[in-house]
Design a protein around this ligand. Sequence first.
Ligand code: PMV
Length: 335
Amino acid sequence: MIRVQSPANIAFLKYWGQRDAALTLPCNDSFSMNLSQCYTTVALVPDDDPSVQTLEITEYQKNSPRPATEDERARVVQFHQTVVQFLQISEDNHRGFRITSANSFPQKAGIASSASFFSAMAMAFARLYHADLDEQRLSRLARLSGSGSASRSVPDGFVWWQHGTGDEDSFATSIASPDFWDLRDIVVLVHDGEKKVSSTQGHHAAQTSPFFQQRIDTLLSRAAAMKQAFLDRDFEQFGMMVEQEMVQFHSIMMTQQPPLWYWTEETLRVIKHIHQLREDGLMAYVTLDAGAHLHVICQAADVEQLVQKVSAIAGVRGVIVNQPTIGTRVRDDRA
Ligand code: PMV
């Protein structure tokens, strides 16, 4: 059996919009942190019969697996096809697989469950064919799953995905190890519903926003400034940029056609609460991806106080405290 564990990641600088959908090539660089408590574990049992292609999923807080839906299974079968092409495995040598996957967090809610799942699958499928890919190739392969952010779950810690000039050089690398900075990401769960529009669909329409081109034009200089604030460990400067980036990213989604509104009443309530806490001197910043749940970014010293305050906000259903962590690993390699 092949067992792989891979983290979700939270993007400080967001990936939104693709310049090549077939190759999942993004319009811009993005930057993220791997999340210690939000991860997917995948167990793959190889089968000599290539027609065996099964997937079971154990959902968040459930004890037993359910069979995957036809759509979920189809994406995995399609990704397997991508992997055999990438590894140049002839059809005679294709293998079958029985997969079970489990998440430590709610899936399809804007906490990058597809990133943790497909980065884990990239490594599991590579192992199925005894391919020991280096990190760059594994990151590229994870990107080709169609969930581009999966490329950022492969390397350790704080990860930069360069948009690159094409397939070969569009991959993610670590710019700092997990212990570089004691940041915390408090995931704030505000509702249970799965999102109705997938980020894959959303990417395709990003360029219909009248503000999209302006975002791309200014992204290079904003990315450099954010990276510098990060390397300086200047929390206020960094946090401010992370929050501005989140607002800009959601403005694109809200103004694209059809518009995507992920914010709920609770989302806005938590954002305003965090702003108030900042005015009162407690430093924390908010970001969120394509979902209603929030990520409150803070420093380790403030985490307990923030968890207490955030948990008391009406509509908050739970929190998951994350620290920076390593990337995709064969499970038994982990300490
Ligand atoms: O990787 P995808 O295709 O699921 O896109 C997700 C993109 C965001 O999560 C919305 C932003 C990001 O950079 O992670």
